[in-house]
Design a protein around this ligand. Structure first.
Ligand code: CO
Length: 233
C-alpha cells in the first residue's frame, strides 16, 4: 500500500540533486515557461517524453492520451494545441506514437471496450483509409507496426487541418510538425513525416486566413536562450 511513498522519496532526492548542481534551479523557472516543443504522445507508461529525448524541465509542453490522437472534437487536445501555438509560440510539434501500442492493437481487433470504442474508432478509420496497404502485409506484427505509423501520420494531417495552425503557418512561418514512432524494442525514435508552412494540404480542409496586423495573440516571446520568435508585424 505504501508504494507511492517511493515516488515522494525520489522527489526529495531529485530536489537535492538539482539544488546541488544549481542553487537557483527552481527559482529561475517560477515566472514563465517558453518551451520550443509541443509533445503529443501516448499515455503509455513506457514512453516517457522527457526521458527518451533527454529534455529537461521547461523544454516540452506535453499532452498525452491513449494512442496519441489529435481529434478536432477533443477540447482538451485542441485547447493544449491552441495555447502552445498562439501563446507559447512553440516552434515544433511532435506527435509521437509507439510500436506495440495497446490502443492501436485493440482498434485492430473486434474487442468491445465500452466507452473506449468511441475513442479507438478513429484508429479503425485510419485502418479503413489504408485497408489495401495494410491487408497486403501478411505478417501480423508488421501490419500492426504499419498501422502505428499510419496513425501518427494521420494525426499530423489532423494538426495541419486546424485553423490556428494554418493561421500560424501563414503569419509566422511556424510550427514544423513531426511524426515520430518510438520503438520499445530498441529505445529509438523513427521519423515518419514532417509538415510545415507551405506544405500542401487537402483543399477541403483549408481555412481562410485573415491577416490582422494588431492581432493581440501575435506577440513576440523571448526564449530562455535569449532568442526571439519571428513576429509577422
Ligand atoms: Co500507446
Amino acid at each position: 500500500m505504501d508504494e507511492h511513498k517511493r515516488l515522494l522519496a525520489a522527489n526529495r532526492a531529485w530536489v537535492k540533486e538539482k539544488l546541488a548542481l544549481r542553487p537557483d534551479f527552481f527559482e529561475r523557472s517560477i515566472d514563465s515557461q517558453s518551451p520550443e516543443f509541443l509533445w503529443i504522445g501516448c499515455a503509455d507508461s513506457r514512453v516517457p517524453a522527457e526521458e527518451i529525448t533527454g529534455a529537461g524541465p521547461g523544454e516540452l509542453f506535453v499532452h498525452r492520451n491513449i494512442a496519441n490522437l489529435v481529434l478536432h472534437t477533443d477540447f482538451n487536445a485542441m485547447g493544449v494545441i491552441q495555447y502552445a501555438v498562439q501563446v507559447l509560440k512553440v516552434r515544433h510539434i511532435i506527435v509521437c506514437g509507439h510500436y506495440n501500442c495497446g490502443g492501436v492493437k485493440t482498434a485492430m481487433s473486434h474487442q468491445n471496450v465500452g466507452l473506449l470504442n468511441k475513442w479507438l474508432r478513429h484508429i479503425k478509420d485510419v485502418y479503413r483509409f489504408h485497408i489495401d496497404e495494410l491487408e497486403a502485409i501478411s505478417d501480423p506484427q508488421q501490419r500492426y507496426d504499419r498501422l502505428v505509423e499510419l496513425n501518427v501520420i494521420e494525426q499530423i494531417y489532423n494538426l495541419a487541418q486546424t485553423s490556428f495552425i494554418q493561421e500560424c503557418w501563414a503569419l509566422e512561418l511556424r510550427p514544423q510538425i513531426h511524426g515520430w514512432v518510438y520503438d520499445l524494442r530498441t529505445g529509438l525514435l523513427k521519423d515518419t513525416l514532417s509538415l510545415g508552412p507551405g506544405d500542401p494540404i487537402d483543399d477541403i480542409y483549408r481555412y481562410e486566413i485573415t491577416v490582422a496586423p494588431n492581432n493581440p495573440r501575435i506577440i513576440p516571446v523571448t526564449r530562455a536562450d535569449g532568442s526571439k520568435t519571428e513576429n509577422s508585424e
